[in-house]
Design a protein around this ligand. Structure first.
Ligand code: PEP
Ligand code: MN
Length: 364
């Protein structure tokens, strides 16, 4: 078994060097025909380097399609035989690793729901000891870069030399235009920590829909990513999982033709990623400031309710001078001018009074 792997590892080594590395295929292997036609359509684009398909699918709720399981592995072998495309699947247990290797799978990836669990990642790492197959590690579903980094270290300690990091976005609470918020700065931080690993963007799981894929792919190209993993399907609307985000091979070819991969020197690339990291952090802080301001106004409304019940006026000037004085003192220690603090707190005060007034004026 290991001898076979050695032969394939040599082949995959050359492919691993190709940039940008384009990985595509269905979210799930469904039928033999769907796998084979899917791989043939992708091979015909001339743009795809690796064929992916999910065999075991970790689903959020029970009772959904959980993948065809090991029965799909011979379909992938056949697809490889017919197209020459190396194959990649997701593994979550040592048993799945053994089955994948026994069926000549060329690249393994660890899914977002597995990266969060150090026991599972260690189990996979132990199963990989002595087999130098390329492994890609998706970011964990929660925005914890240390978990991602821990998984990376567990796999590299198993002497895996070809490691890819797949950025598929993070679960976030609340409405956003994304299925999984990209939080680009986290992926950029990982790229800076592990410059030898490939950084691959997965726009499909970030977007969760087709119409925004291209913009996310272009952004990844602008940020000097090494490759893309995009879900594709012979008949996307009829896919058994993730139907809304899959595209046909023909559409993939069109989008890829439009993506601009900048060729630039290392200096300007690192300047751009550094700038983008800082911008993303600023966006994150601005979001948090707005969340906090909104929470602050909710508290003001709660207070207004008490004032109303006890017939107290909104404006308590003694209390406000105290808040402002404290803020000026704290601001000075943190390098914020008195003038700025005064204007900022005046604006907060006015907004707070308006919120309180709304409660006072309401009839109940
Ligand atoms: C997938 O690639 O189909 C998948 C299950 O992705 P993730 O682990 O990113 O949710
Ligand atoms: Mn999927």
């Amino acid at each position: 078994m290991k001898n076979n792997i050695q032969v394939q590892t040599r082949d995959i080594a050359a492919i691993w060097e190709q940039q940008p590395l384009i990985i595509s295929g269905p979210c799930s292997a469904e039928t033999e025909e769907q796998v084979i036609k899917g791989a043939q359509d992708l091979a015909a684009t001339g743009r795809v380097n690796i064929f992916r398909a999910g065999i075991w699918k970790p689903r959020t709720k029970p009772g959904m399609f959980e993948g065809v399981g090991a029965a799909g592995l011979p379909w992938l072998q056949k697809a490889k035989e017919l197209t020459g495309l190396p194959i990649a699947i997701e593994v979550a247990t040592s048993k799945q690793v053994a089955l994948a290797l026994a069926h000549d799978v060329d690249v393994l990836w660890i899914g977002a729901r597995t990266t969060v669990n150090p026991f599972s990642v260690q189990e996979i790492a132990d199963a990989l000891r002595g087999v130098n197959v390329p492994v890609m590690i998706k970011n964990p579903i929660n925005a914890d870069i240390e978990l991602w980094s821990g998984a990376m270290e567990r796999i590299s300690r198993a002497n895996i030399s070809k490691i890819g990091l797949i950025h598929r976005g993070f679960s976030s609470y609340g409405n956003t235009q994304y299925r999984n918020a990209p939080m680009w700065h986290l992926a950029i931080d990982m790229k800076l920590r592990y410059p030898d690993a490939l950084m691959i963007n997965d726009p499909s799981h970030i977007c969760g829909r087709r119409d925004t894929l291209q913009a996310v792919m272009q952004k990844a190209a602008d940020l000097d990513y090494d490759g893309l993993m995009i879900e594709s399907h012979i008949d996307p609307d009829k896919a058994w999982s993730d139907a809304a985000q899959q595209i046909t091979a023909a559409r993939l070819k069109e989008i890829l033709a439009e993506i601009q991969w900048r060729k630039e020197d290392a200096n300007s690339a690192s300047y751009r990623t550094a700038l983008e990291t800082i911008r993303q952090k600023i966006n994150q802080l601005d979001d948090e400031l707005l969340q906090l301001l909104s929470q602050r106004m909710q508290l003001a409304e709660e207070i207004a309710q008490y004032k109303k019940e006890n017939n107290i006026t909104i404006l308590q000037s003694g209390r406000w001078s105290e808040v402002l004085e404290n803020a000026i003192k704290t601001g000075a220690k943190k390098g914020l001018s008195k003038d700025f603090i005064t204007r900022y707190f005046d604006a907060i005060h006015i907004e707070s009074i308006n919120h309180q007034k709304k409660i006072m004026d309401s009839r109940d």
